[in-house]
Design a protein around this ligand. Sequence first.
Ligand code: SF4
Ligand code: SF4
Length: 194
Amino acid sequence: MIPRRCNHCEGTEKVGNMTVPPCVKVCPEYPKDRRVFITPEGKKIRYRGGATYKRPDGLILLDNDSCTGCGKCIDACPYGARTFNKRKAAGKDKSKHAIVKCTSCVHRLDEGVTPACVNTCAAGARIFGDLNDPDSEVARLAKEFKLLENRDKTTMKPEAKTMPNIFYIDPDGVLADYSFDEKDKLAEYRDIVE
Ligand code: SF4
Ligand code: SF4
């Protein structure tokens, strides 16, 4: 079993004043509506929504009501993090499927609760937090294991260079053995999750 989830990538392509990952850049329904994000400190940050979009706190999110189900974001994600949601229709005529992927449990985060995978991992293998807070556990680990300097190497597809925000601490260098880059394997994976 290989647990795989959205890396909530920083991305390298500029749209407005943000850099976005390939899944957002390719979406025909981005950028759309203007939104305001309020930080925990009460600061207001304006940004653009869309069928898939980047929130100013770094989360890459979905708005299935705006999604047309074109599937371009599935093909654009190098990690196979997206798939069609067979339980939700998309598009004006509702003839296509909307998209589903990990949201880092945004509904929980917005209530101050960590993602379900973090809460339920019996081994405590997952650590979630604010990289910009120097006193946080994630910031301490990022510094200790030089995760930000080597962020692309901490995924199963280092050549994608999407600047992931999910880091695997891999002191023994075993991650490369699980490299996942063949399109047919992605298709196989999609079949399984669908
Ligand atoms: S892992 Fe894929 S779906 Fe998630 S932000 Fe990166 S490119 Fe987009
Ligand atoms: S399937 Fe939806 S979210 Fe993905 S690129 Fe198309 S419109 Fe955007």
